[in-house]
Ligand binder design. Structure first.
Ligand code: UTP
Length: 305
């Protein structure tokens, strides 16, 4: 494939998940048995990405440590006769090269992507948000499909979208598609950041994965900082559309929903779903949860009071 590089922004403060994120990155929060960012990198590896460039910031060292090869730990597990745990560390050896760049000031997602420019240069690249998993247990081929669409078109950007409930549109960038948005691939007329439901041009929300030509860096440099001095990636995408560039949307497929680990509501839902479907613990946990739900229902029924 022509695109084998992904930029993974992980420098955000994660304030919506305080206190959990006070001294650990939200991208390292576990969802089931793995931290969020491990799912992201495994998904990218399965989609043909071979180079991951993290945009990191203060307090994010545990992300770098997580992808290092830990010979001391491996040796310890062998010496203490716990070889059965070694497969859990196989991700350390997946076919991926890692690089890290710092976002030295918190100036938003667009600025984080701009921090990657000296390393990306003039090649096309993927952006994968480090706080979002696509597909249950990261079983998704959306990035591969987006790269194929990118290769077959003259698009300057290809963006993943998924339908959300109308009451949730104000959390996301929302597409104004040109023509038929039910198609798997559609052209964008505009993308509106966090609209009110009555003003939303559709219910198609940006879903944390992008493919860009390097022209996006020029658009980001032109982007005027918004609230809190932040440079929004969505504004740079709008700039590209207005300048006449082709920007395409690709809908997530069935079974490929986005798990947004940026707020407690969707983090809790994702954790429950991943734990209940865990290969080793899921069956036992499902029966525990059934009992617990029955108890909770009994104790909240009118007869119990
Ligand atoms: P969010 O938009 O959720 O922002 O980031 P945030 O600052 O992390 O979270 P809140 O709003 O304070 O709760 C989406 C992704 O972009 C990265 C984050 O690390 C996350 O993976 N990001 C965000 C950056 O790398 N730099 C930034 O300045 C902002």
């Amino acid at each position: 494939m022509s695109v084998d590089l992904a930029v993974i922004p992980v420098a955000g403060l994660g304030t919506r998940l305080l206190p959990a994120t006070k001294s650990q990155p939200k991208e390292m929060l576990p969802v089931g048995r793995k931290p969020v960012v491990q799912y992201v990198v495994e998904e990218l590896a399965a989609n043909g990405i071979r180079r991951s460039l993290f945009v990191t910031g203060p307090g994010k060292h545990s992300i770098e440590n997580h992808f290092d090869i830990d010979d001391v730990l491996i040796d310890f597990l062998r010496r203490s006769g716990r070889e059965e745990l070694l497969p859990d560390l196989l991700f350390e050896r997946q076919n991926m090269q890692y690089a890290y760049v710092r976002q030295r000031r918190q100036l938003g997602l667009g600025h984080a992507v701009l921090c990657a420019e000296p390393f990306v240069g003039r090649q096309p690249f993927v952006v994968a948000l480090g706080d979002s998993i696509i597909g249950r247990h990261a079983q998704s081929r959306i990035v591969q499909r987006m790269i194929e669409v990118f290769e077959e078109s003259d698009a300057s950007a290809v963006i993943a979208f998924e339908h959300v409930d109308p009451e949730h549109v104000h959390h996301y960038g929302i597409a104004r598609p040109k023509g038929d948005c039910q198609a798997d691939v559609f052209r964008l007329d505009d993308v509106v950041e966090k609209p009110e439901p009555e003003e939303a041009p559709s219910t198609l929300a940006v879903a944390a994965r992008y493919v860009f030509r390097p022209v996006v860096f020029d658009a980001l440099r032109r982007t005027v900082p918004g609230k809190g001095g932040e440079i929004q990636l969505t504004d740079a995408v709008r700039d590209l559309i207005r300048a006449g560039h082709t920007v395409l949307g690709v809908n997530l497929g069935a079974g490929e929903r986005r798990y947004d680990i940026g707020n407690f509501s969707s983090y809790f839902s994702a954790f429950i779903e991943f734990a209940l479907t865990d290969e080793r613990e899921g069956a036992r946990l499902r029966s525990t949860v059934r009992e617990l739900l029955e108890q909770l229902e009994d104790s909240s029924s009118p007869e119990a009071s």
